[in-house]
Design a protein around this ligand. Structure first.
Ligand SMILES: [Zn+2]
Ligand SMILES: [Zn+2]
Length: 293
């Protein structure tokens, strides 16, 4: 799109409503414009009646827990994002994150932050621990140790509280699967913004991991994701926005929000060659089972 396109930053129009309600299994309402009420009303108007609000740092995790306590349609997950953990340990002099520059806090600061995540994970409205995992795209070799240590700690917290584990896996498939195996995955584990191929989907399927697909499944260059949608067991499929990121086609590049889930549901139904209502029925039930609500 040319940079002078007047629609570039405009919210895409409402899609045609789903007839069977689904959940957005992974969103960041705190990074979207407008109020929570507006986002939930807009989503509900097209059949997206539930959202899972995902925490990425202490502030966001506290906010997720508070928001889930205030709204029946919102469930929370809490965590230090895989790119957040190394920042806590090593500092972030450039302050590229939305929190700005930060002094190195060392191992002790990470332990302290993890203790707070542990406390939040005990709350009733907190249904999952995540997003956690490994991100080799944004975190360089110097941050990998802190990242993996944090990932292992989140797995332990999820298991001890009996909550779902929400995995963020960017360019780190083999190591994410290895750490899960070494630690022993929680009973309910979700690969958010699933980014593997069909072969990895078979591995996830045999381990019983849920695979949550985001708007990038509609991107032209994402045949690997569509291949994964095609082979994943229906009962392990979830849908998400990861909003405000990854807006589905034809609105790629514009701001994403939970009300755009129907576009991704329709793309997934087309890939599997099944009826939209049948897929939505499965997605709704799967998300409730994955997060235990
Ligand atoms: Zn993520
Ligand atoms: Zn996310």
């Amino acid at each position: 799109m040319p940079s002078n396109d007047p629609d570039k930053n405009a919210a895409p129009p409402l899609p045609e409503p789903l007839r069977v309600p689904v959940a957005d299994s992974h969103t960041h309402l705190d990074m979207q414009s407008g109020t929570v009420e507006e986002a939930l009303a807009k989503a509900a108007s097209v059949g997206v009646t539930t959202v899972v609000q995902v925490g990425c740092d202490l502030k966001g995790s506290r906010w997720a827990a508070e928001t889930a306590a205030a709204y029946d349609a919102v469930h929370a997950t809490v965590a230090l994002h895989p790119n957040e953990a190394p920042r806590i340990v090593h500092g972030d002099p450039d302050g590229w994150s939305r929190q700005g520059a930060r002094e190195p806090g060392g191992q002790a600061a990470l332990d302290e932050a993890l203790a707070e995540i542990d406390r939040l994970a005990a709350l009733e409205q907190v249904k999952g621990v995540g997003e956690t995992g490994l991100d080799y795209f944004r975190t360089g070799p110097e941050g990998m140790e802190a990242q993996e240590r944090s990932f292992r700690a989140h797995i332990e917290i999820a298991k001890r509280h009996g909550k779902a584990l929400v995995i963020h896996d960017r360019d780190a498939h083999a190591d994410v699967l290895r750490v899960l195996k070494e630690e022993g995955a929680p009973e309910r584990t979700v690969f958010h913004c699933y980014s593997g191929d069909a072969e990895m989907a078979e591995i996830c399927a045999s381990a019983g991991y849920f695979m949550s697909f985001a708007g990038n499944v509609t991107f032209k260059n994402a045949q690997n994701l569509r291949d994964a949608v095609a082979v994943a067991p229906l009962e392990l499929l979830l849908v998400e926005t990861d909003a405000p990121f990854l807006t589905p086609v034809p609105y790629r590049g514009r701001p994403n929000a939970p009300y755009l889930v129907p576009l991704t549901v329709r793309a997934m139904a087309a890939v599997r060659g099944i009826d939209e209502d049948a897929l939505a029925t499965a997605l709704g039930a799967n998300t409730a089972r994955a997060f235990g609500y």
